[in-house]
Design a protein around this ligand. Structure first.
Ligand code: UD1
Length: 339
């Protein structure tokens, strides 16, 4: 299959591109490098053993996207390209709505014009909102607490509406829990542009000496040790979930599918800190500070639907997540080179 991957130079996108190549698919990447580095492309080619065509433009350019899809003979789309910083989305809501919801509309419109039916969409467990019970199932109502989260809810809704209007579409909404880890080669991984917002890259930067101490956001939650509990999933398992979803929607006649991609297990902030210390042999000093606005105590998936329908489940352990993150961080302490 010839698959267009938007945001294919990003963290989850790059790992998915590699697995698509490994499964024998042809890949065309569209990425404007607004939150990724061109250097990733050479590494994908090195690991994948073949050229990865990359077109550098914003997917909001619908005409160019549609032209690319017909010129390249695209048969399916995996749509990652989006902004994802929660705090920034609160400060710049219009930019988030325009960029993220706009991009989903643009991808969809280009698909309708070129009659491409298959789409895998990068959604998030954030759509379950702040009051969802754990474990979270796909049937829970959706909601959000910040503009970033709403861009995922709105994108899901417009895809849902489009499948009603155009029942030949085959759309998968993948709701990720907390992606961490890196390719086992240590050549590709997560490379936050600024101070990391997320826990795992922050821990990794402390361990490597790039930052002094981790701030643990609250230790008075109703959890195993008072710190927040999340369902961390290895990015390699997550990428495999995309492949499984893409193949499933190709073989089945359901217009809209929703799958959680998580492990079904929760890990606390301090448990992750200690697992990382173990994996790296480095100390991760931390201070407990106030809770972060908008955080919930616990979030983990019920991954049963993906297991039963896709035959997919996450197999990598928290120890592997830490080991692979550490290998990437040690080999690339400053992330990808700027060139
Ligand atoms: C966050 C976003 C979520 C987004 C996801 C992926 C919020 C409220 N949620 O999820 O919408 O989909 O990232 O980008 O921002 N923690 C610390 N110290 C840190 C960083 C995090 O203690 O420096 C704690 C948090 O309080 C939380 C856990 O670590 O308990 C995980 O945090 P994080 O990695 O930011 O993920 P989420 O908050 O689950």
């Amino acid at each position: 299959m010839r698959v267009l991957v938007t945001g294919g130079a990003g963290y989850i996108g790059s790992h998915t591109v590699l697995q698509l190549l490994g499964a024998g698919h042809d890949v065309v990447v569209v990425d404007d490098f607004s939150n990724s580095r061109p250097a990733v492309v050479g590494r994908l080619e090195e690991l994948g053993g073949r050229p990865v065509p990359l077109l550098a433009f914003d997917v909001n350019d619908t005409d160019r996207l549609a032209a690319t899809m017909s010129d390249e003979g695209v048969e399916a789309v995996v749509h990652f390209a989006a902004f994802k910083a929660v705090g920034e989305s609160v400060a710049k809501p219009l930019e988030y709505y325009r960029n993220n919801v706009g991009a989903t509309m643009s991808v969809l419109e280009a698909m309708l014009r070129t009659e491409v039916a298959h789409l895998v969409f990068s959604s998030s467990a954030t759509v379950y909102g702040p009051d969802a019970p754990v474990p979270m199932t796909e049937d829970l109502p959706t909601s959000a607490t910040n503009p970033y989260g709403w861009t995922k809810v709105f994108s899901e809704q417009l895809l849902r509406d489009a499948t009603v209007a155009h029942p030949w579409l085959r759309v998968a909404l993948l709701r990720y829990f907390n992606p961490v880890g890196a390719h086992p080669s240590g050549r590709i991984g997560e490379d936050p542009a600024d101070v990391p917002n997320n826990l795992m890259p922050y821990i990794a930067q402390v361990a490597v000496g790039r930052r002094e101490r981790l701030a643990v956001f609250g230790d008075d939650y109703d959890t195993v040790d008072g710190t927040g509990v999340r369902d961390y999933i290895h990015v390699e398992d997550l990428a495999a979930g995309h492949l499984a979803a893409l193949e499933w929607i190709q073989e089945h006649d359901r217009a809209l599918s929703v799958w959680n991609l998580g492990t079904g297990h929760g890990t606390s902030v301090l448990e992750l800190v200690h697992a990382f210390e173990e994996a790296s042999g480095r100390p991760v000093p931390y201070d407990v500070v106030a809770r972060r606005a908008g955080d919930v105590a616990s979030s983990w998936a019920d991954p049963t639907r993906a297991e039963q329908e896709l035959g997919w489940s996450a197999s990598r352990t928290v120890a592997q997540m830490c080991e692979d993150t550490w290998r990437w961080q040690q080999a690339n302490p400053e992330g990808y080179p700027a060139v």
